[in-house]
Design a protein around this ligand. Structure first.
Ligand code: C5P
Length: 268
């Protein structure tokens, strides 16, 4: 029997407002999350003992034991698997790599109730559509009218530690997102997005000052912003050709950065 193949798309926070902090330290968020046609690939096969092999451009340093969220997802789903992960997404990059890998395993085995226990970003990754994410990450609603976006993702090769970024955030109580646009018009969405924020951009930049250069490299985008706790930033473009052209220029200027053009996954 051939192993089942699954796709774990990159998660991008088009906005990320931090609106409070709970007594246990976790932060309350209000975030618009989308997914890209850029991501990791997984192969899953029932086996007698759990095994995980990691290949691909970002395999280095990825644990192949129960520290890996995919492994823990399989345990939570009550299955023993021989797994292969093609790691195309950089780790510690604000684009949900490990969470998306875990969610792909849970989704495949219908073990969706176990998502929250594996991490705050795992529930949103179960359903790779545009979603508004609130609470610490588990209060989700589909953003029905959010259009598809041509985008470029840029990561400078610097890992950013999420807890450190949250720690460097000075104001924990910021305004939530405005009401989402009730229209599929890209230009109205761009106007709206420009008025929203990623509250982690400033503290992440303190941890990794290169983020300023990453955002500057996306100067031709209609909107450029950091995703999650960084350091990956995204730029939105009007067409696949515009995104590809920008990616080519950024890559030429920064050959050691991870630069990819792609498109977000649709809400329908
Ligand atoms: O839940 P997860 O392991 O993905 O989160 C990583 C870290 O990010 C947490 O340990 C916490 O420090 C921080 N975090 C937070 N509030 C959230 C999500 C994550 O403070 N809503």
């Amino acid at each position: 029997m051939k192993p089942t193949e699954a796709f774990a798309p990159a998660k991008i926070n088009l906005t990320l407002h931090v609106t409070g902090q709970r007594d246990d330290g976790y932060h309350l968020l209000d975030s618009l999350v989308v997914f890209a046609d850029i991501g990791d690939r997984l192969w899953l096969e029932p086996a007698d003992t759990m095994h995980l092999e990691v290949t691909g451009p970002y395999a280095r340093g990825v644990p192949t034991d129960n520290r890996n969220l995919m492994w823990r997802a399989a345990v939570a789903a009550g299955v023993t698997l021989c797994m292969r992960l093609e790691k195309n997404l950089p780790s510690g990059a604000g684009i949900g790599g490990g969470s998306s890998d875990a969610a792909a395993v849970l989704r495949h085995f219908g073990a969706v109730d176990d998502a929250e226990a594996l991490g705050a970003d795992v529930p949103v990754c179960l359903n790779p559509l545009p979603q508004r994410m609130r609470g610490i990450g588990a209060e989700l609603s589909v953003a029905q009218t959010c259009p598809q976006w041509d985008m470029v993702l840029v990561n400078p090769g610097v890992e950013v530690l999420t807890p450190q970024v949250f720690q460097a955030l000075t104001s924990k109580e910021n305004t939530p997102m405005d009401a989402l646009p009730d229209t599929p018009s890209r230009s109205l969405w761009l106007d709206w997005l420009a008025l929203q924020r990623n509250d982690l951009e400033a503290p992440a930049t303190l941890c990794a000052p290169v983020i300023v250069s990453v955002l500057h490299s996306l100067i031709d985008a209609r909107l450029a912003r950091m995703s999650g706790s960084g350091a990956t930033c995204f730029g939105l473009f009007d067409s696949p050709a515009d995104a590809q052209a920008a990616a080519t220029v950024i890559k030429a200027n920064h050959p050691d950065w991870w630069v990819v053009a792609g498109r977000t996954l649709a809400s329908k």
